[in-house]
Design a binder for this molecule. Structure first.
Ligand SMILES: *Cc1c(COP(=O)(O)O)cnc(C)c1O
Length: 400
């Protein structure tokens, strides 16, 4: 991908000997870009929908109209591509669902798709409804079980394996490198919904994935005020071009103001992810000792079934999401959620404020989510205060 406003090292004089910087450093400085006209350290927000043609009828700036492309969106994309180590670059969409569905849209009628039984509920529902109408065949399988995954792919017919790790809302861990091997051996691509991991903890492309997807609504933006989605690609091949064409043709690009807010958030992504993950681990440990909690689902706990793989493919923490199963079944869970005072009872995840949700109510019948499960998105508040609030809600809900 050629960027007219190419990412720079944090210096405005580039040379072959320019030092390499870590993703954390590059993100903190939004790639170190300086606006040439004013020398500003924050780039202006580009809102123009159209661009002047050259006298020779060309578009030497690389921009013609704002539906296929926008300079502010490209700046945010270059940071996301850097964070994921994506050679093909990144593409921002108006939501996570728009990003995910563009990948399935790039398949051909007759293609077979394998996806995880534990995955984002709205995307699973969309796949069930839309895949047959598009001539796609679908197999859902527990992707954490590699033998089951191997048995589900059909060599020559399966074109896409879609995994989510950790998988919402049970936080099951799928081995990305092994899934990539299985997909590639069958002639399929591997796409990873890495929303719950963030590029701070996991870089799926380094482990062999072909495409990474995030709901940027979640921890990438992190402030519960932008809906956005992103794809990052390992290779600028024909499939990637088709996805880019789908975004341009269907008008799925993110708006420039949202891209600007997202970029502002990405400067602090590493701080937020570290704090939220550390909080989630501490909460998981404290909740494991609570007599009213029957199960804590979190890959950071040593006895979690996904812990060994998570240690291999996650770094600097195990993410900000965990779930608990509580005493008293569905009624116990709903009564607990009703009694929190500090946690916010709301859907979504990844923001700096902690959210609690009775997930089975959202997912409805056919979901793998047990009725006694509460999904917890850990923010940046004081962890002991967060634990204390859950503990009082649990005790009060159970007549204590
Ligand atoms: C929220 C979410 C999505 C969908 O993203 P939107 O931005 O809400 O469209 C997809 N996958 C996961 C894991 C999510 O949490």
């Amino acid at each position: 991908m050629s960027l007219p406003n190419a990412p720079q090292a944090p210096s405005d004089s580039r040379s072959d000997a320019a030092p390499e910087f870590t993703p954390r450093t590059l993100a903190a400085q939004a790639m170190g870009r300086i606006e040439p006209g004013t020398r500003a350290v924050v780039m202006p927000l580009h809102v123009s929908t159209t661009f002047i043609r050259d006298p020779d009828n060309g578009y030497s700036s690389g921009y013609s109209y704002a539906r296929p492309d926008n300079a502010t969106v490209r700046e945010a994309e270059s940071i996301l591509a850097m964070l994921e180590g994506a050679e093909a670059g990144a593409l921002l969409f108006g939501s996570g669902m728009a990003a995910a569905t563009a990948v399935f849209g790039a398949l051909e009628p007759g293609d077979h798709v394998v996806a995880g039984t534990v995955m984002y509920w709205a995307l699973k529902r969309w796949l069930r409804e839309e895949a047959p109408r598009r001539g796609l065949t679908l197999t859902f399988v527990d992707t954490a079980d590699l033998d089951a995954l191997r048995a589900a792919v059909a060599p020559g017919r399966t074109r896409l394996v879609w995994i989510e790790t950790p998988g919402n809302p049970l936080w099951t861990v799928t081995d990305i490198a092994a899934a990539a091997e299985i997909a590639h051996a069958a002639g399929a691509r591997l796409a990873v919904d890495s929303t719950a991991a963030s590029p701070v903890h996991t870089r799926p492309l380094e482990r062999g994935a072909d495409i990474v997807m995030h709901s940027a609504t979640k921890i990438l933006n992190g402030h519960s005020d932008v809906v956005a989605g992103v794809l990052a690609g390992a290779r600028a091949d024909a499939f990637w071009d088709r996805i880019r064409g789908i975004r341009a043709g269907s008008g799925g690009i993110l708006g420039p103001f949202e891209a600007y807010l997202l970029m502002r958030s990405l400067r602090t992504l590493h701080l937020r992810a570290a704090a939220q993950s550390a909080g989630a681990l501490r909460l998981a440990e404290r909740l494991s000792g609570n007599p009213l909690v029957t199960h804590v689902l979190y890959p950071g706990l040593p006895d979690d079934p996904g812990h060994a793989i998570a240690r291999r493919q996650m770094r600097d923490g195990f993410g900000f999401m965990l779930s608990i199963r509580v005493a008293g079944g569905e009624a116990g869970a709903i009564a607990t959620a009703a009694r929190v005072q500090l946690w916010k009872r709301a859907t979504s995840l990844g923001g700096v404020e902690s959210l609690i949700e009775h997930r089975a109510s959202v997912e409805g019948p056919g979901s793998p989510c047990p009725p006694d499960l509460l999904r917890l998105s850990t923010g940046i508040e004081d962890t002991e205060e967060l634990y204390g609030d859950l503990d009082q809600a649990l005790r009060s809900a159970h007549g204590g």
